[in-house]
Design a protein around this ligand. Sequence first.
Ligand code: NAP
Ligand code: MG
Length: 456
Amino acid sequence: MSEARALSVVLDQELLALNRVVGALRRCNLRVSSMTLGPAGNGGETAGAACLTVVIEGDARMAEMMAKKLRKLTGVRNAEAYAVDASPSTGKATMEGTGLRVYYDADADLNRLSRRTVAVIGYGSQGHAHALNLHESGISVIVGLRPDGPSWAKAKADGLDVRPFADAAAAADVIMILVPDQHARAVYEAAVAAHVRAGKTLMFAHGFNVHYKEIVPPAGVDVSMVAPKSPGHLVRSEYQAGRGVPALVAVAQDASGHALADALAYATGIGCTRAGVLPTTFREETESDLFGEQVVLCGGVPALIKAGFETLVAAGYAPELAYFECLHELKLIVDLMYRGGMKFMRYSISDTAEYGDYTRGPRIVTPAVRAEMQQILADIRSGAFAREWIDEARAGAPNFQRLRQAERHHLIEEVGARLRAMMPWSEEGKATAQARADAGPAAARRRSDPPRVTTR
Ligand code: NAP
Ligand code: MG
């Protein structure tokens, strides 16, 4: 059984360029199992380009060679090969091992949205990416915002049709809610709910409000979710590069009978079916997302970094060294895991580090820590966490603001900012370089000045 590989080709929107690509594929006698042609976005290097995705049967080497060949053709701006696990009997892609269905471009029909108007409510991290990507995919988009907020001018400057929340919701067939989760209910009740009528579709990028019944949509409307698994700026930049980020799709209410097909069309419009869209439920997405961010990503990891840093500093080690060991180097390790999993990371680190991993790691994540993880999961599943966070937000978030302020003044933040000024790629490093450039040659001569370090 040969593998399925996808070729993603960004080319000039000209029949001649398409003809050259198709000719090259034909000359190589490749078996093509699907082919999709769509716009590649309007920004940067993909301005005025089309994206052709071809799924072929062949191995990685053959696909790479083909991509290389295509990149040389006049009118082809880029061509990349990547793996797709497709079951040849059905032509439907599934995840190896688990058999979980994955939806790609070929499984979705963007035209389902062509006669409908989409209101994107909110223009922040996700909102700006969804609105611009949909717009450039040829979908009619209205951005819904409060006229006195900072996003209003930004969305206008980006050339979009911007209207107050209620006007946008009234004019749209599909309403995507992309304001912060803790404010979604208030926005929905004040301006959106009155316009959510039978036949319309209400969409979310996170299951929180529907799962915890903060927002209870009326019967007769479709309720679905397309949740990109990445921050909005990546949803945007990957789309512009002719690619996309993976996403989850779920349907909470299927009044029309085609809620899933419509949600997949939306996912295509923002570029996610180029990368792959995995099915889930509102409950599974909400609970696993909250658990991941609390226990590992945003709760567990920063707490581990701080605890390690504080332990070294309390024992008399330089905060600068502690910063490098406990925070800075984390990126190198995460990058290795991201590229090739734990095995790849362990192949790269020293044997001493790997031995420490196996023997000391379990002493950090003890049975008591695991029990706490289970308690956190229980609070998520019972709705206790959601209740606490909603009450906190409704009370003006006093605890949240206090904690936010306190964390900003932690020693690791102060030491880190000074060290990062030495690193040209960091935010502080860029600011230092800019300040030097602004100050002229005299300041540039002081480039080798040592950074101010913490005294102990
Ligand atoms: P965000 O960037 O914080 O949203 C900001 C936008 O919401 C701005 O346009 C802002 O308008 C508006 N807004 C903020 N507070 C408001 C209020 N009280 N009333 C009315 N409008 C308000 O949100 P986000 O991170 O994109 O998240 C949107 C949804 O996507 C959430 O459901 C989230 O869970 C989900 N999601 C996020 C990510 C991510 O990485 N960020 C990833 C996947 C899913 P103004 O300029 O007027 O303040
Ligand atoms: Mg998440």
